[in-house]
Design a protein around this ligand. Sequence first.
Ligand code: SF4
Length: 324
Amino acid sequence: MDWPGLKARLLSQGTIRLSGEPAGPYRSSSTAGPGAGSGGSVFFSTGRGRVRLAIDPESSLELVHLGSGRAILNDCGTEITGMLEKVALHCPRQAYITVTSGCVFRCRYCEVPAITAGRKTPREIEAMVESVKDRIDSIALTSGVLASIEEEEEYVLSVVKRLQRFSLPIGVSIFPGENTAGRLHAAGVAEVKFNVEAATRDLFTIMCPGLPYEAVWNALQRSVELFGKDHVFSNLIIGLGESDGEAESCISALCAIGVIPVLRPLNPAGALAGYSRPPAERLLRLYTFHTDALSAAGLNPAHARTMCVECTGCDLVPGRDALI
Ligand code: SF4
């Protein structure tokens, strides 16, 4: 099976129509990641890899649940057999928790600011992890910004402290301030993801008004020194208006400092609802470049333990999505 080709087509479409047996235990509704706040999604996996698809009754792709997680995807007349995976919190095998819903910033592609602001207490988060601790391998935290970048960091650190008792690797993805990498490392966090989001500074400035571009790159550079290669990640959204050349330059720049880029297909939402998802051919082209760039830099996503590189649901991930 050409899994990368199939996954690229699925990611480009983004949705499936779910039919067959009730799939309640396999449905995820989430306040983080693509499709945040939407009608839910499922994780379909084959022996080659996993993909997350938003459930949409109008989708042209159909996924038939046969019962007990067994499922068949109809791909242009070819039936692909696989499984629906049970979700722990947000995704399979992880407790991936949004600490603060809502955000004071207004990144144009993001749905989180539209979600009613709310913050889970450290005690609530601890109870959430406790409830799934027998079916997870790691914990991940992400967060909007309730008041300020500094205040959010302080709050997330208090949550990390509370979660250390589970003795699981913890990944954190928040907007970084000057000392965020050092403080998270000192708190025992295993991996970090600070997102450059856009391929160029100009695009970042348009897409993320008010957020400092340099802060992300500085934090990434410092993080590699602390967390080591293969444990620092950065989302690069594909489909914001960047050229392939600009995306490739950004991928190369991240790899050059030891950061694993996460190529995230745009989910047209928020102020970008009129945009399109990137076509499958483009995702595959960039996947090939991404694979070569990681290899040249000696980076291996298979070593990741938390967050999106471990999950792989929303992106093509070299070294994890099988090549044959
Ligand atoms: S790839 Fe990341 S955003 Fe997507 S489902 Fe997995 S953990 Fe969530």
